[in-house]
Structure formats: structure tokens, C-alpha cells
Design a binder for this molecule. Sequence first.
Ligand code: NCD
Ligand code: ZN
Ligand code: ZN
Length: 345
Amino acid sequence: MTQITLRRPDDWHLHLRDGEMLAGIAPESARHFGRAIIMPNLVPPVVTGDQAAAYRDRILGALPEGSGFAPLMTLYLTETTDPSDVAAAFDAGIITALKLYPAGATTNSASGVRDFDKVRPVLELMAEKGIPLCVHGEVVDSDIDIFDREAVFIDRVLDPIRRATPGLRVVMEHITTKQGVDYARAGGDDLGATITTHHLVINRNHILVGGIKPHYYCLPVAKREEHRLALREAATSGDASFFLGTDSAPHADPAKESACGCAGCFTATNTLSILAEVFEQDGALDKLEAFASRNGPAFYRLPVSEETVTLVKGDPVTYPAKIETGAGPVTVFDPGMPLHWRVEG
Ligand SMILES: NC(=O)N[C@@H](CC(=O)O)C(=O)O
Ligand SMILES: [Zn+2]
Ligand SMILES: [Zn+2]
């Protein structure tokens, strides 16, 4: 096959940041994607409906002229989130989902949840209204090895929350383990999982062998090869539980190339070319549309895009190594292989 046309893909987990960074990187996602779930972990976080509406306006203002890209906003769930504000923002069409960060789990998560009893009224409202909860699924206990944090979270936190809140619709964000794949697959219609581009490509060796590679460091951290293969199998299976959430998470190079480097891989620029290469390698190009364009809207109960993109196979595609922004240069994720699929339209 040398050409494939898909419904326009959406990104169900994206960090657009704010200010000069937003201005610099928003066009990278708007070029190919139709919609994206926008993460609320700004400093300070997006916690109210009014803040989400104002952030949405700033995003729309950063898009290239004529862009049809639609940011789907989320609220950062805190122990003081007001259920009536959530209900009003959802009913007004300002927000699409809420985001749960266990306090301390990742970049800008200090306002996250410590005591799950405190968010019970919000979770119950969400179950009643069908508002999805997007979850960063890692425990933060210092005695749990960082490579085990996702699997332990499923047993100790996620499963109990779901059992205690029947009807709660949950997206396991950026799953990185076989345990995550298995739990999502068994979870029924109210459970979905996003998979990033980079976790389909790298395992933990890529971060550490031959010298430490800060641009491959993200959270949840990439795991062993057997887990990467489980993610590949899930993404390319066409199973409706799994959909694309790039977790494209820009940090300016000095913040990554540092004695205490930030977590996050920036993949907005070359994600579709990487995915086409990956799906082709696995003999599953016919499943790319399900993963990138159909399963996400189905979970979020939104229509599939009316537009299409065409990927054309040819000589290796070129893309910038860095995106220059007013907040500094951002290194584009290097998949470590030539990419042959160019995106048209
Ligand atoms: N994925 C990351 O490594 N980083 C994200 C936060 C997140 O999604 O956990 C970020 O905001 O930089
Ligand atoms: Zn996360
Ligand atoms: Zn993220």
C-alpha cells in the first residue's frame, strides 16, 4: 500500500501549555489533528469552568488563521472542586472531561488529589452525567518502584474507585504496561485507555543505554520491551478500548537537558508519520483509523470527523529537529527510524 486515507485524527491527551510556549507549539497539533483533549496542568492549574473558558480562548487565539482545530477542555480535579461548577461548565459545553492527578505524580501535579473521599461528590456527579474522568494512573508512594507505579495504581486506587462509583466513565491515560492493557481491555464500555506515540516506539533501554537521553524521559516512564509489545498489540488491534492520546508535552530544552530534567516527550510534529510507520511494521495499517480517528470519539460520544487526511508513502519525510518558540527551543521526539509516510491535508 502506498497511500491511505483516514478520517481526520484527534488527540485525546495533549499539553498545549500557555503564553509563548502555546503560541509556538499550537500550530504543530493544529496542522494534522481535528480535536484534542487539553490537559489542565498549567501553573496554576485550570480548576474552574471560568478558567477553562478563558484558557480555551487563549488557545483559539494561538491557532493559525483559518484553523478548524477544536480544543476540548478539561478541569483539574482538586479536593476543593465544586460539583456545581463542574455541572455548569459541562452543561454549557465548556468542558469535556475532568483530569485526576494523584498529588505529586507528574509535572505540575501538586494540587492533585490525596484523599479520594474528598472528591466523592464530584465523582458521583460525573457518573450521573456521564462526564469522563481522565486519570494519570501512578501511585506516588516512595516505597513503590517507579516502574511498578502504574500496575500498583490499578489495584490500589483505580479499581476501588471504579467499584465505589458505578457508572463512572474513566480513561486510563497514557498506559505503559501489560497490566494497563489487560485492565482496560476487560473494563467494558465505561473504560477506555489512551496510548502515546512514543510508548509504541521506546522501551526503558532507549532512555538509559549508552548515556541518559532526557528527551526520552516522560511519565509514566517507558517500561520493559514486553510492555511496549503489549501496547503495540493493543493499539494495532482495533479494539475500541484503545485510542490515541499523544501526551505531547513540550518543555524547553534547558528544562529537559538538566541535572533534574522535566518529564515529557514532544511528538505533535511527527506523530502521524510515526504511527503510520508503526502500524505498517505490524501489518495493521487498516487499523490505524480505528486507533487515531474512530475509537476516541466513540468513547467520548462525539461524532467522527467529517474531514479526512491522506498519508502517502515515499522517500523518508523530513521534519524539524526542534521547534523554536518564544519560550525556547523544543526538541521533537526522535523515533530512531526513518519515516516514510507523509501527511497530506
Ligand atoms: N507525560 C509527561 O511526562 N509529562 C506531562 C504530564 C503528564 O502527562 O503526566 C507534562 O505536563 O509535562
Ligand atoms: Zn500524565
Ligand atoms: Zn500528559
